[in-house]
Structures are given as structure tokens and as C-alpha cells.
Ligand binder design. Structure first.
Ligand SMILES: Nc1ncnc2c1ncn2[C@@H]1O[C@H](COP(=O)(O)OP(=O)(O)O)[C@@H](O)[C@H]1O
Ligand SMILES: [Mg+2]
Length: 251
């Protein structure tokens, strides 16, 4: 299987801090790849660079063969990369369903369409609603469709946040600590959800500190330390890598 995402020699500094220092790795299409490393290793910064939230200082990011460095974050989203943040990014006052209706990519109806082609607009609205329901079913929140997102439990909000990425129709989903702070039941649900997304052809890159979750779920692991990739490969290999053990034990 080929690489969907190819990161080469990435650099990013903040003042005197080298957050990302020559980081290179690949994410195979239809894989679940983990990006792990100690706190401050540069993991979230790598996500911010991939999604165009902050500009790349040096290096290359290719998605499906296309270079991303000159693109803005909404253009990168339109190419099919969606993400979650360490902090939840859902609209608490909207219902779960509404959150997923607005998360979908594609043309927003213009004023002329609304005036001249109302049936087309209604059709589009219907399709969005249907897709939103489908995504809610996928994450097991169908019965919460009309509940305000802000009233859901923390675990349900984490699921809704992932559903937001699914609703966008992204080919690549970046998840920043999806199981941090959730109970074991939700963690297992998220694991099953990510497996079924992979089954459907979605590629997933996930930052996570929960090693049980990572070892059990991921096809490949990329380890960052001080902004640099120090190891990568299947879980069994990475687990026994001397540099990885040293980075974690703070040698
Ligand atoms: N916007 C920013 N401004 C200044 N420093 C930052 C910024 N974002 C991240 N950093 C610094 O970059 C380093 C890597 O941070 P981060 O990517 O958040 O690490 P991780 O997600 O692996 O814990 C840290 O030293 C952090 O303080
Ligand atoms: Mg982080």
C-alpha cells in the first residue's frame, strides 16, 4: 500500500524553541498510524503544520502526491484532511445532528440558488441531514441526535468530535488524544469506531499517550522526541527499540 501522507524534513521553531526539527515519516493509505512521544515532543505542532494552521518553516508535506505548503487550512480541509484538537471543537449550543450537518464539506447554498432553485437547496439539505444521521449511527449517538452537544457527557462529546471528521468525508483523519480522559467503555467504542473507519477506507493518524490503546489498534507507530522522528514501524518493533525506551524513561 502506498503512502497517503508523506512528511519530509519538517522544521518549525517558536522563538528559541525548536518544536519540530527535521521530522520525516509516512502514513500508509488505509492504515491507523500513531504519532507518539513524550510531552512537548512536537506532536501537536506536526498536526498544526499538516493542517495549515501554522506555516511550515522548512520541509515538505505531500498528501496524495500533492504538496500542501502553499495551501491555506480551508483548502487542505477541502482536499480531505480533517482533525480533532486536544480541546473539543464542537458547538455546544447546536444539537448533535446540527453539528454534523455543518461539518460536511461541499458547496454552501448561495443566495441565487436559494431564490432560483429552491428544490435543489432542499435536496442538498435533505442529503446533509441523512449523512449526519448516518454518522451519528456510526458512532452510536443516534438517540442523541436532537440533544444539545454541550449537554452530552465528555465521552459522547469526544465521539461527536470524531463524527464531525467522518461527516466531512475526509480521506485522512488526524486525532489529537482521542481517548484522553474517557472511561474504558468509551475507549473501547472509539477503538471499534476507528477500526471500522479503516475498514471503510479512511486513513487515520492518531496522537495518543495510552500505550495499550496504541499497541492494540495501530498498524504503524512513529515516535517523536525533541521534534525528530526517532523510530517508526509496527508496534512489536517500536516497543523494543532502544531509543524509544530511552526517550520514555528519560535516559
Ligand atoms: N504556538 C506556540 N508558541 C510557542 N511555543 C509553542 C507553540 N506551540 C508549541 N510550542 C512549543 O513547542 C514544543 C512542542 O509542543 P507540542 O507540539 O504541543 O508538543 P506535544 O503535542 O508533543 O506535547 C513545546 O516546547 C511547546 O511549548
Ligand atoms: Mg499535544
Amino acid at each position: 500500500m502506498s503512502a497517503l501522507l508523506d512528511v519530509r524534513g519538517l522544521h518549525k521553531g517558536f522563538g528559541g524553541v525548536k518544536a519540530v526539527a527535521g521530522c520525516s515519516f509516512c502514513v500508509r493509505e488505509r492504515s491507523i498510524t500513531a504519532l507518539i512521544g513524550p510531552n512537548g515532543a512536537g506532536k501537536t505542532t506536526v498536526f498544526n503544520l499538516i493542517t495549515g494552521l501554522i506555516p511550515v518553516e522548512r520541509g515538505e508535506i505531500a498528501f496524495g502526491g500533492q504538496q500542501l505548503h502553499a495551501l491555506r487550512s480551508h483548502e487542505i480541509f477541502d482536499l480531505g484532511i480533517a482533525r480533532t484538537f486536544q480541546m473539543l471543537r464542537i458547538f455546544p449550543k447546536l444539537t448533535a445532528l446540527e453539528n454534523l450537518m455543518i461539518a460536511q464539506r461541499g458547496r454552501a447554498e448561495g443566495i441565487f440558488d436559494a431564490l432560483l432553485r429552491p428544490s435543489l437547496v432542499r435536496e442538498e439539505e435533505r442529503a446533509r441531514r441523512e449523512r449526519a444521521h448516518e454518522c451519528l449511527r456510526m458512532v452510536g449517538l443516534e438517540e442523541k441526535a436532537h440533544a444539545k452537544a454541550g449537554g452530552l457527557s465528555y465521552g459522547q462529546q469526544k465521539l461527536l468530535d470524531i463524527a464531525r471528521c467522518v461527516a466531512s468525508g475526509a480521506r485522512l483523519i488526524l486525532l489529537d488524544e482521542p481517548v484522553a480522559g474517557v472511561n474504558p467503555t468509551v475507549r473501547e467504542r472509539i477503538k471499534a469506531l476507528l477500526r471500522s473507519l479503516r475498514e471503510r477506507g479512511t486513513t487515520i493518524l492518531v496522537i495518543e499517550h495510552d500505550m495499550g490503546f496504541v499497541m492494540d489498534l495501530c498498524d504503524e507507530i512513529v515516535v517523536l522526541d525533541h521534534g525528530e522522528e526517532i523510530a517508526s514501524g509496527p508496534p512489536e518493533r517500536v516497543r523494543n527499540d532502544r531509543r524509544v525506551i530511552a526517550a520514555y524513561l528519560g535516559e
